[in-house]
Design a protein around this ligand. Structure first.
Ligand code: MEV
Length: 310
């Protein structure tokens, strides 16, 4: 048997625009998913039959890796599902680490690459941001061109992403979760349609890419006020792409008196927002008063890891 775990992630800037090849910045967080896998007569997950319908990421993960034998899989996770916190990437990446470990090897780049194929397979369209962040841990920057901290390059059709490890300052982030589960695939498809139909949507996508680079430089120089203003602008642009939700706007507004800035994070349509603050407790109360679930999270440098092997 083998057990592996991988962290969740938060996108600080650039979600959705990254699918079109624009820059994006994300960070791994201190919530993890663990997968235990052992040889078995039939393939099961938490005691239930492993079907594509019920466990699409696991089914696709096993298929893309090409693992031939049935496994009994157990999942445990502290990452809320479909909440913009990278739960499906953490599950996929932990599974792939188990499959590699069962064959006696472990290669981060190949986990990130196969993880991306799995997300594409299940979601229809995706960027490699979630799976690389969950694999590598720490801060991850996606750029069109290669720069310092280069990890690997992933290509798909006419799009290419150069993935980089980047150092980010210590930050306190509060996540406000709406409790509304919104699957990523249809949201990404909606933005795609809008971008094909409307020049303003394409302009918004380009501006989000530039905000990402300005946001990274604000965070790196410790200018949290500027980073916060850029988060607010990024939030408005994501709303204009149709991936917002009134509850997310409520949480952003409620957290404003105690924060540098806030924005939706991940795919949106529900899911979660993040707030950059040095006063997390009043932010948590403000979000909870509006009916949300709030978590104070810290950044995590540890990526995917094999926890047990026997
Ligand atoms: C989801 O966490 C981030 C999106 O940009 C989709 C992706 O990059 O695959 C919405």
């Amino acid at each position: 048997m083998v057990a592996a775990s991988a962290p969740g992630k938060l996108i600080l800037f650039g979600e959705h625009a990254v699918v079109f090849g624009e820059p994006a910045l994300s960070v791994a967080i201190d919530l993890r998913t663990r997968v235990d896998a052992a040889s078995a007569q039939t393939a099961t997950v938490n005691g239930r039959p492993l079907t594509r319908q019920e466990f699409p990421y696991l089914e696709a993960g096993i298929r893309h890796h090409g693992f031939p034998d049935p496994l009994s899989i157990t999942i445990s996770s502290s990452i809320p599902k479909a909440a913009g916190m990278g739960s499906s990437a953490a599950l996929t990446v932990s599974l792939l680490a188990c499959l590699q470990a069962l064959r006696g090897s472990m290669n981060m780049e190949s986990i990130a690459r196969t993880g991306f194929e799995v997300e594409l397979d299940v979601q229809g369209r995706a960027s490699p941001i979630d799976t690389t962040t969950s694999t590598q841990g720490g801060g991850i920057l996606l750029l069109k061109e290669r720069s310092d901290g280069f990890l690997w390059r992933i290509e798909r059709g006419d799009r290419a992403w150069n993935l980089h490890s980047c150092s980010l300052p210590e930050m306190i982030l509060v996540v406000g979760n709406t409790g509304i589960e919104a699957p990523t695939g249809p949201l990404v498809a909606g933005v795609q349609k809008l971008a094909e139909a409307r020049a303003e949507a394409r302009k918004a996508i380009g501006r989000i890419g530039r905000i990402t680079l300005e946001g990274l430089s604000a965070l790196s120089s410790g200018d949290l006020e500027l980073a916060g203003r850029l988060m607010e602008e990024n939030h408005v642009l994501l709303n204009s792409l149709g991936v917002g939700h009134p509850l997310l706007d409520d949480f952003v507004e409620a957290s404003r008196p105690y924060s540098y800035g806030a924005k939706l994070t991940g795919a949106g349509g529900g899911g979660s927002m993040i707030c950059l603050t040095d006063r997390p407790e009043p932010v948590v109360r403000a979000i909870e008063d509006r009916g949300g679930r709030a978590f104070i999270v810290s950044t995590e440098s540890r990526g995917v890891a094999v926890d047990e092997q026997g």
